[in-house]
Design a protein around this ligand. Structure first.
Ligand code: NI
Length: 169
């Protein structure tokens, strides 16, 4: 089932999410829905708080469903390593229509549980490292806009407020 994606400013999107305590059928359904919602958007990553569920789960597929091995689901993720730095344009399904250059690690290793409840460790370089950091940020209530400074951030926030007032957000 495709779930509505919360947008910047929505209740719950800016809070820290809780760890998953058990992979229940409900959690399994949530993950199915997150994958379906990500593909439908279309996007390359989605975190549970973006669909209004305050739990530490994210899904990433840089191939947008074209490569069956491209899907990564991580429950209760943690960083094991992060190094290097990259500066690239970035967007977010919760901030549609906006992009900005964000500083991210060049390489990141994440560990957490897979859908079966087994420990897994994934290494990402370049775009995947960026996606790991972006989705991990969502679990702490941080959006890419919050990573910006000064006028770049103010400009986006001001435009979102204007769109909100006009009922177009
Ligand atoms: Ni996002």
């Amino acid at each position: 089932m495709i779930r509505p994606i919360l947008k910047y400013g929505a209740e719950g999107l800016h809070d820290r999410a809780r760890p998953v305590e058990a992979i229940t059928p409900e959690i399994d359904r949530l993950i199915d829905d997150m994958i379906e919602t990500m593909y439908a958007a279309p996007g390359v990553g989605l975190a549970a708080p973006q669909v209004g569920v305050p739990l530490r789960i994210f899904v990433i597929d840089l191939s947008s469903g074209r490569d069956p091995s491209g899907l990564t689901v991580v429950i209760n993720p943690e960083f094991v390593e992060r190094d290097g730095m990259q500066l690239e344009e970035e967007g977010c399904l919760s901030v549609p229509g906006f992009e900005a250059t964000v500083v991210r690690p060049l390489r990141a290793v994440v560990k957490g549980l897979d859908r079966a409840g087994n420990e897994q460790q994934r290494e990402g370089v370049g775009l995947l490292a960026r996606a790991f950091q972006h989705e991990m940020d969502h679990l702490d209530g941080t959006l890419f806009v919050d990573r910006l400074r000064g006028i770049k951030r103010d400009l986006i926030v001001r435009k979102i407020k204007k769109l909100t007032r006009a009922g177009k957000w």
